[in-house]
Design a binder for this molecule. Structure first.
Ligand SMILES: Nc1ncnc2c1ncn2[C@@H]1O[C@H](COP(=O)(O)OP(=O)(O)OP(=O)(O)O)[C@@H](O)[C@H]1O
Length: 248
């Protein structure tokens, strides 16, 4: 379970200050896929970076399975898989070596590590990719390696930032199927998006963020009812009070 409590974060430039988070609070439960939906610049990535421990909030806190991220970052990260917005692969490594590296960073060793790597490779049906260097991999292949390295330590919680950006239909379907399988095992999944169809198709609950704070939350159907609209896109525009930065 992931909880975000009254997060505030400002970025200071020479002439102006950007308030990226302005008192954002929500929770994402086990056995559910929760989507953070918001227009460009709403604060989604800033919120996720705070969860990973890459940014520290000016005020408020985030917890992963009850562990406060800033108080015990290593323990919190052990319970978290991260799928970042850019796939940073080490192109001279094979897919196996890449996954092995992340498994080691999470403290896995020896036979337990080998077993964990083999399990995730089998789970993602990437046996044919495993011993190839990742240089030249397609976006879909890179996505699989990124998923494998995020989940090799079998975290309870999985956070993804704009996971389907740049993926074709087949890769998007593979990712969605995998997230549904992961959810069925009782894991907590939180992902950010500004793509309506993706959120409507995948999410049990939606957190709508605008101007760094919660604008509304609920199931896609509840949000439509709240806004008196049939489509999530229309409901979203009504609930944030603008259509700026919205992607269909
Ligand atoms: N490192 C930074 N330095 C200065 N400003 C930043 C920094 N990171 C984010 N911001 C600003 O904070 C605000 C929120 O940005 P953030 O990336 O969290 O939004 P987002 O909802 O993820 O947007 P998008 O959908 O476009 O990715 C934006 O105005 C952005 O320009």
């Amino acid at each position: 379970m992931i909880e975000v409590n009254n997060l505030h974060k400002s970025f200071y430039a020479k002439k102006n200050t950007v308030k990226a988070l302005n008192g954002l609070s929500f929770s994402a439960k086990n056995g559910e896929i929760t989507g953070i939906l918001g227009p460009n610049g709403a604060g989604k990535t800033t919120c996720l970076r705070t969860l990973y421990g890459l940014l520290s909030a000016d005020q408020g806190f985030a917890t992963i399975d009850g562990i406060e991220v800033t108080k015990d970052p290593l323990a919190a990260r052990a319970k978290l898989g991260i799928f970042p917005d850019k796939f940073g692969l080490y192109e001279r490594l094979t897919a196996y070596e890449q996954i092995d590296y992340f498994a080691s960073l999470h403290g896995l060793q020896g036979q337990a590590k080998r077993q964990a790597i083999e399990n995730i490779i089998a789970d993602l049906e990437m046996e044919e990719l495993a011993y190839r260097k990742t240089a030249g991999f397609s976006q879909g292949q890179r996505m699989k390696v990124t998923l494998a390295q995020a989940l090799v330590h079998q975290p309870q919680n999985f956070v993804l930032d704009e996971p389907t950006r740049g993926l074709d239909v087949m890769s998007t379907r593979i990712l969605r199927n995998y997230l549904n399988k992961f959810k069925a095992k009782g894991h907590c999944i939180l992902f950010s998006s500004h793509v309506m169809q993706e959120v409507a198709a995948l999410c049990d609950r939606v957190i709508i963020v605008a101007n760094g704070k919660l604008a509304a939350q609920g199931t896609p159907q509840e949000l439509c009812e709240l806004a008196g609209e049939q489509q999530l896109e229309e409901a979203f525009v009504k609930l944030i009070g603008s259509d700026e930065g919205v992607a269909a």
